[in-house]
Design a protein around this ligand. Structure first.
Ligand code: CAA
Length: 413
């Protein structure tokens, strides 16, 4: 067996989602903003958006998702030798979210632990670093836990407001993975300094040059794909699904259109009925079926791509066993990776462990007034000494309960 064959069996061994207890209906938001609901529902493709209270933060969501991945897939915390939390929504300029999560999950003291930040790219950076850690032999048979955890906030009455969301996806990266192996050769990267989306140290809210950010995303897709598979024009025909970073569902359509244009050799337009039909059919087959969780949760930044993977596995792990899929991660600023993965035979056995539908069904629909009050409370929450989860209707979980002597407090209630 050569080196590449050995590496081919590295990938995602476990996956789980965790998110806030409340959501906002996009029709309610559109009406409150005096916008035609069809713009949010069809123009952006979003139905609902997860909203975090001040007691639900990057740490609590990451710990919840991490515990679900370990328990749901029967993984002993002692087997985790690397913990990486990818996030744009850190809770401290210095102390990583990951070290809180390390304690909350009871991981081993010899587990290497750190946080990665590159807007929505942090988790993909963590995934590929973990694959390298395993391939180098440094893991000594242990697994890596990579958690994407973020709260997307653009603020009230901004163009980005309907593209907010919150949530965490935890994935265990291992040799002989049970869900998805990732090809270590057909993987390509892209980096370019651009001001398309950023969040200065003094701001809770992201700044975005929205339409430019879409252009930067598409440029990154083209370049990362060429780095992964070259200038080939027949990649899509061998794929059974194309997964993209999903800041809003319609972005996946724009991305898929761009991939098809790379193979088609020209622009696809509604005016050319035949080529537009080709695009619609390809999108419906390779992309649309796995976007329902994103449409109900919104943008979770680093975890968005992996949410589409959860959606695919919970619905089609059986029928797609052994088939190839593409994954594209984009982080503003910007960095991107395009890679090819293979659905592992038997992955459907884990459907119950990774399907978040029961969590989503249990969520509470927030009124616009509640949502706006939550955003206002969040602005003050880092400095408050005492926060009461029950005042937000929360119980039965781990919550941020205030900052005492400049130290964040986490409590199970
Ligand atoms: N019915 C149906 N569709 C409608 C409509 C109506 N009544 N009114 C408008 N639309 C359509 C528009 O035609 C448009 O569709 P197309 O893009 O297919 O043309 C769509 O709804 C959106 O309309 P606008 O472009 O006019 O919307 P906007 O200017 O208000 O803002 C946005 C859209 C730029 C995405 C904004 O929400 C934003 O800035 N979001 C944050 C930035 C972002 O998500 N960028 C994505 C790439 S960067 C990235 O991926 C990293 C990340 O996670 C942030």
């Amino acid at each position: 067996m050569n080196g590449n064959q050995a590496l081919k069996l590295t990938g995602i061994d476990a996956l789980a989602f965790a998110g806030p207890a409340g959501f906002l209906d996009m029709t309610d938001l559109a009406r409150a903003r005096g916008v035609d609901p069809s713009k949010y529902l069809n123009g952006l493709g979003q139905r609902r958006m997860a909203i975090a209270t001040p007691c639900e933060d990057t740490v609590t969501m990451a710990a919840d998702a991490g515990a679900r991945a370990l328990e749901g897939f029967d993984i002993d915390p002692a087997d985790i030798g690397t913990l990486i939390v990818g996030t744009e929504t850190g809770v401290d300029h210095s102390k990583p979210v990951a070290v809180y999560v390390h304690e909350l999950l009871g991981l081993d003291q010899h587990c290497r632990t750190f946080e990665t930040k590159h807007a929505c790219y942090g988790a993909m950076a963590g995934l590929t670093a973990s694959m390298d850690w395993i391939a180098s032999g440094r893991s000594r048979g242990r697994k890596a836990l990579v958690i994407a955890s973020d709260i997307a906030r653009y603020g009230l009455n901004t163009p980005g407001e309907p593209t907010q969301g919150a949530g965490a996806v935890a994935m265990v990266v291992a040799d002989q993975p049970r869900l998805l192996s990732i090809d270590p050769v057909r993987i390509g990267d892209y980096t370019r300094q651009v001001m398309d989306f950023w969040r200065p140290l003094y701001s809770k809210y992201a700044f975005a040059d929205g339409h430019y950010s879409i252009q930067c995303y598409l440029d990154a897709l083209v370049s990362a794909r060429i780095d992964a598979v070259g200038e080939r024009d027949d990649v899509l025909e061998s794929l059974s699904a194309c997964l993209y970073h999903v800041p809003f569902v319609k972005m996946a359509f724009k991305a898929h259109k761009r991939q098809l244009e790379m193979e088609f050799g020209g622009e696809l337009s509604r005016d050319h009925t035949e080529s537009w039909q080709l695009l619609s059919q390809s999108f419906e087959r390779l992309v649309a079926p796995w976007l329902s969780l994103n449409a109900d949760i919104g943008n979770i930044y680093t975890g968005s791509l992996f949410l589409t993977l959860i959606d695919l596995l919970r619905q089609s792990a059986d029928s797609l066993a052994g088939r190839e899929i593409s994954l594209f991660s984009y982080g503003s600023g910007c960095g991107a990776t395009y890679c090819i993965g293979n659905i592992v035979d038997g992955a459907d056995r884990w459907r119950g462990a990774l399907d978040p539908v029961a969590q989503l069904d249990a969520r509470r629909r927030l009124s616009i007034e509640e949502y706006e009050a939550l955003l206002a409370d969040t602005e003050l929450a880092d400095r408050l000494e005492r926060l009461e989860p029950s005042s937000y209707g929360l119980e039965g979980g781990l919550y941020y309960t205030g900052t005492r002597d400049h130290c964040r407090q986490y409590t199970r209630i």
